[in-house]
Design a protein around this ligand. Structure first.
Ligand SMILES: [Fe+2]
Length: 337
């Protein structure tokens, strides 16, 4: 065969993993022997047949006993209560096994409700940005703190890859790293678009609360892969957020606080991450772990709620440091005169 008839070499490309199907709502069900109690959020939920069922959970009767006493078909009761559980409106007590991905959904729901409730009772960035009455300094400071977190991704994803015990998870987390490692540069484009100078950017250090959030990612990556998967699940955007991101991008531009050059890289980053379905990596970590013992579930739930609380405090720290229109454009610790 002559050299002319051989096709030229092509650089290899990563095989595209088929997009994982969005999780069916409460696809996995609670065991009939599960004992449930309402969480603090059940009372504030929209009235529904499910919520009424949740109120019957008393921490004593099993799911099967509740169905029997209420004259409900057991499968229907399992479906309804599993859905409430996945939303974080009831939680399990006792020793029945819970499917790990159902537990993860539950933790996501609980953490989401926790943050909404805490941010509803105090200063919150989302409300501030939605109102349009925020300073250019606050918007730039927010982008800067996001940049610090995004730039830290390679450090913790690499550690998580090293601590993953099976090849499938190592490869998945490598994909996550491939998606993320260059996003710090993308965010730096946003900061330049906002007018932050190269020197200010070089001197900037995270607010202590931002550093604390980043450190908890690093710590989890080194010590507890399941917790790391939980952090992915409660923090990364889900695939169904793409249209909301586009809508928010246009609304934010219309406020004319920062130019498009600042917001476009930020929203394109969020848009890309949403389409990449990073939450599925967290789900894969939980699925690989199998059902979790009660003590492990409690430990993870507590750690994930603690992280949610840290995110609330971090948001407040951003507001506290950057809300005034006048002040340093970047948090930096200067030791020389
Ligand atoms: Fe990213």
């Amino acid at each position: 065969m002559s050299a002319e008839t051989v096709q030229g070499l092509q650089p290899p490309r990563r095989a595209v993993r088929p997009a994982s199907a969005p999780p069916a709502e409460a696809a996995e069900l609670l065991d009939p022997s599960t004992v449930l109690v309402p969480t603090r959020f059940l009372g504030g939920a929209q009235p529904s047949a499910e919520a009424a069922g949740g109120a019957l959970c008393d921490g004593r009767r099993t799911l099967a006993e509740l169905a029997r006493e209420g004259g409900l078909d057991l499968d229907l009761a399992r479906t309804l209560l599993s859905r409430l559980y996945a939303q974080g409106l009831v939680c399990e007590t006792g020793s029945a096994l819970v499917p790990s991905s159902l537990f993860l959904e539950h933790a996501q729901g609980l953490c989401w409700r926790w943050r909404r409730a805490r941010l509803g009772h105090g200063p919150a960035l989302e409300a501030c940005f939605a109102s349009g009455s925020y300073s250019r300094r606050l918007a730039t400071g927010y982008l800067l703190e996001v940049t610090h977190v995004v730039r830290g991704a390679a450090g913790h994803i690499a550690a998580a890859i090293a601590h993953a015990s099976d090849e499938g998870l190592q490869l998945r987390l490598s994909e996550y790293l491939e998606d993320e490692y260059w996003h710090g540069e993308l965010m730096e484009r946003a900061l330049k678009g906002a007018g932050l100078g190269q020197q200010e950017l070089a001197r900037a250090v995270p607010l202590p609360a931002t550093q604390a959030v980043l450190n908890s990612w690093r710590h989890a990556a080194h010590t507890d892969l399941l917790l790391y998967g939980g952090l992915i699940a409660i923090t990364e955007s889900a695939t169904d957020e793409s249209s909301a991101i586009v809508e928010l991008f246009h609304r934010t531009l219309a406020q004319r606080v920062l130019p498009e050059a600042a917001w476009r890289p930020y929203f394109e980053h969020a848009f890309g991450d949403s389409a990449a379905d990073h939450v599925s990596h967290g789900r894969a970590i939980f699925e690989a772990a199998g059902p979790l013992l009660p003590s492990r579930r409690d430990q993870l739930r507590r750690a994930l709620l603690l992280h949610s609380e840290a995110l609330v405090l971090q948001e407040r720290a951003v507001l506290s440091f950057y809300a005034e229109a006048e002040g340093p454009a970047a948090h930096a610790l200067e030791w020389s005169e």
